[in-house]
Design a protein around this ligand. Structure first.
Ligand code: SF4
Ligand code: SF4
Length: 105
């Protein structure tokens, strides 16, 4: 969820320099609240139990807007504010990558 144009998929989240290019879009399994209108298409929006708008997630856990072939955001220009502010290599990013690593092993 950085300013990279791609959320690439792939290999396991290993290596000394975490980037979206060597990550399986780990952060795109998090719940993403829509706190501003960035133009997210309605088909990707769900309502949470408190009536708030969130990104819809599919049964596999990933965001409905994630392209499963490329593992990149299919609505990058319209992605939610929270996605824009999620920093690559931040503590949250590294935590998500670690969680995914455990799943793959
Ligand atoms: S978890 Fe981090 S490295 Fe992976 S896609 Fe999200 S921001 Fe990029
Ligand atoms: S909107 Fe895009 S960047 Fe945000 S969680 Fe979904 S696929 Fe990831």
């Amino acid at each position: 969820m950085t300013d990279s144009p791609h959320i690439a998929h792939t290999q396991l989240p290993t290596g000394p320099a975490p980037t979206c290019a060597n990550c399986a879009a780990c952060c795109c399994q998090l719940e993403v609240m829509l706190i501003s209108d960035t133009g997210v298409p309605p088909r990707f929006i769900a309502t949470d139990e408190w009536g708030g708008e969130v990104m819809r997630r599919l049964d596999d856990g990933w965001c409905a807007a994630l392209d499963r072939d490329s593992m990149r955001c299919s609505i990058y220009q319209q992605r939610p504010l929270i996605c824009r502010e999620f920093e690559m290599a931040s503590a949250e990013c590294l935590e998500e990558r670690r969680g995914m690593d455990a799943i793959y092993r």
